[in-house]
Design a protein around this ligand. Structure first.
Ligand SMILES: *Cc1c(COP(=O)(O)O)cnc(C)c1O
Length: 225
């Protein structure tokens, strides 16, 4: 796994150099979803401490298995509103906030837990109907409404690109997210800084369009079943 990690770090560095960015601007989020605890332990042994998971139940299982408060578990998958309690309790960050009802449920649960939660707003930039996320034209209104939820700390935007080999289309998705972030900043939503976009197959394109957080699973852990 060390070879894979070095290779990813090298790919990030090269993608940054190609567009005149500093590699220190780009954070790697290893996506451990579906992999055995033993594999995650190997990653921990290499010094990794934050991991992305796409199911709330899996975050809970990881927290209980590793029982180590220096580790952080990031929710990156579609979250059901009835899972707000476990998100508030076990997740260190939510990158897939995509609707008001979820924000409301989280606010309540976070008050009970006496916690705050860093969030990314997931925006739908892809063409597929199946991809979740806010519609791009709903973003500014949604950010306005989020101001009323003091337990949620917006960090930036998240997206998944259209699943296609057409690099022009993938890059269009990433560029759209960057433009939305820039609009949000112009409108005074100054905490909306980060861009979580890019996965194993496309993170170089995402970095070229300004990604600050790349979510990488299979390039690090191997192919999933
Ligand atoms: C699985 C997943 C990833 C990682 O995908 P890889 O192709 O394995 O790198 C990134 N983001 C989300 C939201 C995912 O569900």
């Amino acid at each position: 796994m060390q070879q894979q990690l070095l290779r990813i770090q090298q790919r990030i560095a090269e993608a940054c150099v190609a567009v005149g960015r500093s590699a220190s601007e780009v954070r790697l989020l290893p996506v451990s979803k579906t992999f055995a605890h033993e594999r995650v332990q190997q990653a921990i042994d290499l010094g990794l401490t934050r991991f992305g998971e796409n199911r709330v139940q899996d975050i809970r299982t990881r927290v209980e298995h590793f029982n180590d408060s220096t580790l952080a578990w990031v929710m990156i998958g579609h979250a059901q509103t009835n899972k707000a309690k476990d998100i508030a309790r076990y997740a260190s960050e939510l990158q897939s906030l995509d609707r008001l009802s979820l924000a409301q449920a989280l606010q309540q649960r976070l008050e009970l837990e006496q916690r705050t939660l860093p969030v990314f707003i997931q925006v739908k930039t892809a063409q597929e109907v199946s991809k979740s996320g806010l519609e791009p034209d709903e973003l500014l209104g949604f950010l306005q409404q989020l101001n009323g939820f003091d337990r949620l700390l917006p960090q930036g935007l998240m997206t998944m690109a259209t699943q296609t080999t057409d690099q022009t289309e993938v890059r269009r998705c990433f560029a759209q997210l960057r433009q939305l972030r820039d609009q949000a900043l112009e409108q005074g939503f100054e905490s909306v800084q980060r861009l979580s976009m890019g996965m194993s197959g496309d993170f170089e394109l995402a970095i070229a369009e300004g990604a600050t957080d790349v979510r990488v699973g299979s390039a690090l852990f191997g192919t999933r079943d």
